[in-house]
Design a protein around this ligand. Structure first.
Ligand code: C2E
Ligand code: CA
Ligand code: CA
Length: 435
């Protein structure tokens, strides 16, 4: 090994040590090849840079609001670290946290985060709403450190913080590696009044047995499920399942990565308790977060018309939509329409739809594909297809699968269609009463 300075050599040895551990146990030997050596050089730089940055105060905490799903009022925030490097500019925590985690530097970074978080909490004491909580991320190494609990206790005392204002986020993988130690530590934090949540839930460990043994308050549905939740039947079902698991275990659910109005409404309807994401706010510096806390009308969100039966019309031909709207103009239904199947899925996410009238041949997605998804995601919505004769095979197949309730050949007879939509709404209410 040809390191230039003793520090660099030590860094490369450290790297070999880490790799040996990853490769399997304390006794396995690991030889650095050229690639690993060059990686370790950049890591070495990173490590000394992180140490320097701590001294030079280049880190900052940003805060992302979390809101109650029913009122969109701020319930708390998540503290997220930011690094303003004097030369490289902004460095994402996704880049430096894993490197800090591989070394013991995460203890220093983690302690800096805790100290800074408590300092802000102490300043905000009079501005925060009732039951406000700040969530702080803890990494696996911090959890097994004997120093963590006394450090937190000392900060609580120094800053006069009510432990009920604190929440600690940990990932499944951090727990599973250190089950015994974690149970002890987290039970103590909880008995003080702090909350514990599982971060990135559903992406890591799949054995759910640990949830029962574990002192917990909340699960955070990972962003990867939320991203496609309004379009993917699988992601919607998985999210629903996570909410059900939480309810069974008496836990609350936070969904993260909420970016659109449709995602917000769907998660609210799935009974997620808290929401977090760019749709409400990006993580912001402390002064901006304080401004959010002080502004009651911070985020006005339109609530959809509910209580009236909604009829959704989907057809890529505007003329067809116009004539159907005319047909139902005097009906008692709340009629909404779109020329796009994708937008139809968003409209379905926003509000309960009793009856869906849908064309078969559309450019983005066929009507049968749309109705199959709707059957899985919103089984109560009664699905009616309007189609030309040429699509009869695809439609017959979907009817036989139960994706379509009634099928009308274009051009339709107005009176018959109105009668069928009326009876479809009766069927919808009968289904709702059943569940
Ligand atoms: P995480 O704990 O899962 O944090 C959520 C990440 O999602 C944050 O990224 C946040 O900015 C981002 N995010 C929030 N809402 C949205 C959204 O609507 N859309 C999208 N695309 N992203 C959204 P960030 O701040 O870059 O942090 C990345 C990861 O770095 C965190 O993931 C966490 O694992 C780690 N991290 C950040 N701060 C700390 C810290 O203080 N301590 C530790 N141990 N890890 C931290
Ligand atoms: Ca987190
Ligand atoms: Ca068409």
């Amino acid at each position: 090994m040809h390191g230039k300075t003793p520090e660099q050599l030590l860094a490369m040895l450290d790297e070999a040590h880490i790799q040996a551990k990853v490769a399997g146990g304390a006794h396995s030997l690991c030889f650095l090849n050229a690639v690993a050596a060059s990686q370790s050089m950049s890591r070495f730089n990173f490590r000394s840079e992180i140490e320097r940055a701590l001294q030079a105060q280049e880190f900052e905490l940003h805060f992302q609001p979390q809101v109650y799903s029913d009122s969109v009022r701020v319930s708390g925030c998540e503290a997220l670290i930011r690094w303003h490097h004097p030369v490289k500019g902004f460095i994402s925590p996704m880049e430096f946290i894993p490197i800090a985690e591989e070394t013991d530097l995460i203890q220093n970074v983690g302690n800096w985060v805790l100290k800074s978080a408590f300092t802000h909490l102490a300043l905000w004491k009079d501005a925060v709403p009732k039951n406000f909580r700040m969530a702080i991320n803890l990494s696996a190494k911090q959890l097994i450190s004997k120093d963590l609990l006394p450090y937190i206790e000392a900060l609580i005392k120094t800053h006069g913080i009510n432990p009920k204002m604190l929440e600690f986020e940990i990932t499944e993988s951090a727990i599973v590696g250190n089950l015994e130690e974690c149970i002890g530590l987290l039970s103590q934090l909880r008995s003080m009044g702090c909350a514990i949540s599982i971060d990135d839930f559903g992406t890591g460990y799949s054995n759910l047995g640990y949830l029962k043994q574990f002192p917990l308050d909340r699960l955070k549905i990972d962003r990867c499920f939320v991203k496609e939740i309004t379009h993917s039947a699988e992601d919607a079902l998985l999210s629903k399942l996570i909410v059900q698991i939480s309810q069974t275990l008496g836990l609350k659910v936070v969904a993260e990565g909420v970016e659109t109005e449709a995602q917000y409404h769907l998660l609210r309807r799935l009974n997620c308790d808290y929401l977090q994401g760019y749709y409400f706010s990006k993580p912001v510096p402390a002064d901006e977060f304080l401004a959010i806390l002080k502004s009651p009308s911070w985020r006005e969100v339109e609530t959809p018309v509910i209580g009236q039966d909604t009829l959704l019309i989907v057809d890529d031909e505007k003329a067809v939509i116009s004539s159907l709207i005319r047909l139902f103009r005097r009906s008692k239904y709340h009629v909404i329409s779109t020329t796009s199947a994708k937008e139809a899925l968003e409209l379905l996410a926003v509000q309960p739809v009793g009856v869906l009238l849908c064309d078969q041949r559309m450019p983005e997605m066929s009507g049968t594909d749309l109705l199959r998804r709707v059957k899985k995601m919103y089984p109560d919505t009664v699905r009616i297809m309007l189609s030309g004769y040429a699509e009869i095979d695809a439609v017959t197949k979907a009817v036989n699968e139960g994706a379509i309730y009634k099928f009308f050949l274009k051009p339709w007879n107005d009176e018959e269609l109105v009668a069928e939509v009326n009876s479809a709404f009766l069927y919808y209410h009968a289904k709702l009463a059943d569940t």
